[in-house]
Design a protein. Structure first.
Lengths: 123, 359
């Protein structure tokens, strides 16, 4: 699967461009890789063609925030809510609750892997 | 005076729980909130296990589109292993997919008619659906959860005798579908009850990225079998069936017309089995590694599976985007401004599967 890694600011421009070209949002998927949360955006751009974009969000103890694409593509609303409630990544101007009860917090988020202790430099 | 009505989570028009909080002004819905999650099973987390058990699990996401779920999961997982399945397995999978579309559309048409008071037609639809389930029982041993898909192929063959039986079934079900179509098209009452109700404009359908008969009923010719062909749809060409009305009638007529399309596709597929080697399964020499995704076209619209492997038997991540998940945002704008009596009809023409929606 090919995907292009972009920044959040770049993504807004890309989504705007895709919308004008008549592309359809397939979905948004989150993946917890341990140290980062990757957010994947899948677009159908033509017969047999998809454009996939990835933004990498470094973990900041649950204080991560990304920009929403719902104002550009209203169909992203549920996917962005689900991303937020499953991974604990806040999506700006999105409630962040759709499927889960408020007592359930980021069930797909994984702990940050512990770093190996650094050896003290010999004096 | 405004009042609030709780529509669901337990409502006779839906089989599964979904809640609509309706703000009413007399008989007119002024605002609506959609609340889901009552049957959330946390299945995406459960998929982080042995990929060989994934097809079994994916069938449990939805009891109507079981074959589509397991096929989509297998296609995505096979993508992470660069595994090509034998041609015969591809044909069998595709036949099963089209049979599944038949039984799901009979179900959806029946439930739509029941919601406007036609219980007799609902029973006729279910009688026809039973005939499809009988074919499933004969070919797979199971009526609902077929259990024939595995990563790498299928576990059950369709021999010449069964092929002939399926062809005979096509003749029979075509007559039944034709009778049903005539009953619906010639009914003044059904037409009056459904035309102009719950209209989704083409622009709204494109903005919300809705899928399946909901999109095609609003003149959006989006069908994964045509737009991203998979399995035998690369050879058997599918032209999306569209209606321009965007109302409950258009969505239902798309389903009725797709019954004949599915029968036609099955008729093209069964003869392809003749002369195709009896290989049903390709064994992979590698474990799932990297990322892949697959899309299929279930009866309700595009289904998407994203699979990420980590070079072990256990998968790292599986994301499922179901048809109702894509169509969910379209429910609220259609309900706003409608009569309370139409809320059930509008939602049922989305053919909602809440088990799929929540996963």
């Amino acid at each position: 699967m090919e995907s292009k890694t972009v920044t959040q600011a770049e993504l807004q421009g890309i989504v705007n461009n895709l919308r004008e070209r008549g592309a359809r949002l397939i979905t948004i998927a989150g993946v917890d890789t341990g140290e980062n949360i990757e957010v994947l955006y899948f677009f159908h751009t033509g017969i047999g063609q998809t454009d996939n974009y990835r933004i990498i969000v470094p973990k900041q103890g649950g204080n991560e925030e990304i920009m929403s694409i719902t104002p550009l593509i209203p169909g992203a609303y549920i996917a962005e809510n689900e991303l937020s409630e499953m991974f604990g990544v806040k999506v700006r101007d999105i409630p962040g609750r759709f499927f889960l009860h408020p007592s359930v917090n980021a069930p797909l988020r994984r702990p940050v892997p512990a770093k190996a202790p650094q050896k003290e430099a010999k004096q | 005076m405004r009042s609030t009505i709780q529509f669901g989570p337990q409502h006779p028009v839906w089989i599964e729980p979904l809640r609509l909080k309706l703000t009413m002004d007399g008989e007119i819905v002024k605002d609506a909130d959609l609340e889901a999650g009552y049957v959330h099973k946390g299945l995406e987390k459960k998929f982080e296990w042995d990929y060989n058990k994934g097809a079994y699990l994916s069938e449990r996401v939805c009891a109507i589109c079981t074959q589509h779920h397991s096929t989509c999961f297998c296609l995505a997982t096979e993508g992470t292993m660069n595994l090509e399945i034998p041609r015969r397995a591809q044909i069998i999978r595709t036949i099963m997919l089209e049979l599944e579309r038949l039984h799901s559309h009979f179900l959806a048409i029946g439930l739509t008619l029941e919601s406007i008071g036609f219980e007799n037609l609902f029973m006729l639809c279910f009688r026809d659906r039973e005939a499809v389930l009988d074919v499933f029982e004969r070919t797979t041993g199971n009526r609902i959860l077929h259990g024939i898909n595995i990563v790498g192929g299928v576990t059950r063959n369709i021999g010449p005798e069964m092929g002939k039986e399926i062809m005979d079934f096509c003749d029979d079900i075509e007559k039944r579908a034709h009778d049903l179509e005539q009953m619906i098209l010639k009914s003044y009452t059904i037409k009056q009850r459904m035309q102009g109700v719950g209209v989704m404009s083409e622009k709204l359908a494109r903005d919300l990225c809705v899928v399946g008969p909901v999109a095609r009923g609003s003149n959006v010719p989006y069908d994964v079998r045509h737009d991203a062909p998979y399995l035998m749809y690369r050879e058997v060409k599918v032209t999306p069936i569209v209606e321009t009305g965007g109302d409950c009638w258009a969505r239902s007529i798309v389903r009725v017309r797709e019954l004949f399309q599915s029968i036609d596709i099955i008729r093209q597929l069964v003869p392809m089995l003749e002369g195709t080697p009896d290989e049903l399964f390709a064994k992979s020499k590698v474990l799932p590694e990297g990322e892949s995704f697959a899309r299929v076209e279930p009866p309700r619209g595009e289904l998407f599976y994203y699979v990420r492997g980590k070079k072990s038997k256990d998968l790292d991540r599986v994301k499922i985007r179901t048809s109702t998940y894509a169509n969910g945002p379209g429910i609220v704008p259609l309900i706003k401004g409608s009569h309370l009596a139409d809320v059930g009809l509008i939602t049922i023409t989305f053919d909602p599967c809440i088990g799929c929606f929540d996963r």
